[in-house]
Design a protein around this ligand. Structure first.
Ligand code: PLP
Ligand code: LYS
Length: 420
């Protein structure tokens, strides 16, 4: 009998030691991705910056790793920012996003000297100026532009199209008005533009089109307003492998194409190439995480289907029910057994749609077996809920055969702690 190893750790032993469901994250995997970013982007090209989109997976330990690796952090809420503050993350490397930042969040960002705030709509400009004046600071900002390009992904995670809640529309009147406004403000410094076209993307063509659109804007605002773009942030979105087709591509497949197009456009339009920023999330962490479950009830409906229920489900991984996301899994304690049965992995929620995997090939399965779902590093822990009052699982970090608990399992009392 052989078990499934992850981060050189026996996952069946991890399940015994920490209980299930359990998120397991490989520190070595995260470091490999960060090394690739350093080698193929930051060191390869001058005037570049890379930040990790912390919405994919954020804990204090994750923020410490990203800081040690020298990357910046994209935060999108007061809570993500607060996590970074608590571990003394270098504030100049923080990019603060959000399509509806509250005054309280902006105040937290400005007081803590975040490196850049990405303005999603013109309403934020006055709020930032007012708060920055109060604290006597000058705040660097970028305008998030929705470049009007459609990406090939699920419609819920596509963001660059015209009809989107994110970003300032590509409309001369609105953008010019915004630039003229900030140019006269004492406490704001506009550095350039940002776009993010969507998530789980496998082709670089949409990035290339978006770069060309924004380069056109850079030329226009230089010619008409004298505004020189110093920075361009092209967002994240690089896809990873879950199940079936769709392999994670090397970073340079995206970044070489983005840089190539940017340099080409800058030469064509006689512009100095701005600093180029990227902000991947899923690509850094997604394949670096798995979730371990214990198999409980097995319900066979003869001639129809076999439902195999695990001790978690949509509260720890909402992606299958939200986006019809597909996952691969293995029975961790039977990794070498032949897979000649087909079952459906169900969660334990009171919800028909709580299915984690339809039609998974497995070996002969029994209650008590350990199931490992693969590629759950991104948007699982960070999107987890307490639906049905199910406590959130613990998170364990593994590296070279060693494991350490980085988030304790929630208790029932933890869920009640704010209740009167
Ligand atoms: C502004 C912004 N940057 C970066 C990301 C990271 O996306 P991903 O995890 O797909 O790389 C997102 C999420 O889609 C985003 O909204
Ligand atoms: N939460 C999404 C990605 C959204 C990215 C943030 N704009 C997912 O699980 O795929």
């Amino acid at each position: 009998m052989s078990n499934f190893y992850f981060g050189e750790c026996d996952t069946v032993e991890l399940a015994k030691k920490y209980g299930t469901p359990l998120y397991v994250i490989s520190e070595d995997y995260i470091k490999e991705r960060c090394d690739e970013i350093k080698h193929d982007f930051l060191l390869k090209y001058k005037k570049t910056m890379a930040v990790y989109a912390s919405k994919a997976f954020l804990t204090k330990e994750m923020a410490r790793i990203i800081a040690r690796e020298g990357l910046g952090l994209d935060v999108v809420s007061g809570g993500e920012l607060y996590t970074a503050v608590k571990v003394n993350f270098p504030m100049d490397k923080i990019i603060f996003h959000g399509n509806n930042k509250t005054e309280e969040e902006l105040e937290l960002a400005i007081k803590n000297n975040v490196g850049r705030i990405v303005i999603d709509n013109l309403r934020e400009i006055d709020l930032i100026e007012k708060t920055a004046e109060k604290y006597d600071k000058r705040v660097n900002i970028l305008f998030r532009i929705s470049p009007g390009v459609n990406s090939h992904t699920h419609k819920y995670i596509s963001t660059g199209q015209v009809d989107s809640k994110f970003g300032i529309p590509l409309d001369d009147n609105i953008i010019h008005r915004g630039i003229k406004k900030v140019i006269n403000y004492k406490h704001i410094k506009l550095l350039g533009f940002h776009f993010h076209i969507g998530s789980q993307l496998f082709e670089n063509d949409t990035y290339i089109r978006a770069v060309r659109v924004i380069a056109g804007l850079m030329k226009e605002v230089k010619d008409e307003l004298g505004f020189i773009t110093k920075e361009l942030n092209t967002g994240g979105g690089y896809g990873i492998h879950y199940a079936g087709k769709g392999e994670r591509k090397p970073l340079k497949y995206f970044t070489d194409a983005i840089m190539g197009e940017l340099e080409k456009c800058c030469t064509e339009y006689n512009l100095e190439r701005p600093l180029l920023m990227i902000e991947p999330g899923r690509w850094i962490i997604g394949e670096g995480g798995i979730t371990l479950y214990t198999i409980g009830t097995i319900k066979n409906i003869p001639g129809v289907r076999t439902y195999v229920a695990v001790d978690g489900g949509m509260p720890d991984n909402p992606r299958p029910s939200l986006y019809s996301a597909k996952y691969e899994a293995v029975v961790a304690n039977k990794i070498l057994d032949e897979r000649n049965e087909i079952v459906t992995i169900a969660g334990k929620c009171c919800e028909t749609g709580d299915i984690l995997i339809w039609d998974l090939k497995v070996p002969k399965i029994e209650s008590g077996d350990i199931l490992a779902i693969i590629s759950t590093g991104a948007y699982n822990y960070s999107m987890a809920s307490n639906y049905n009052r199910i406590p959130k699982p613990a998170v364990v970090m593994v590296s070279q055969g060693k494991d350490k608990l980085i988030v304790k399992r929630e208790s029932y009392d933890d869920m009640l702690k704010n209740e009167i």
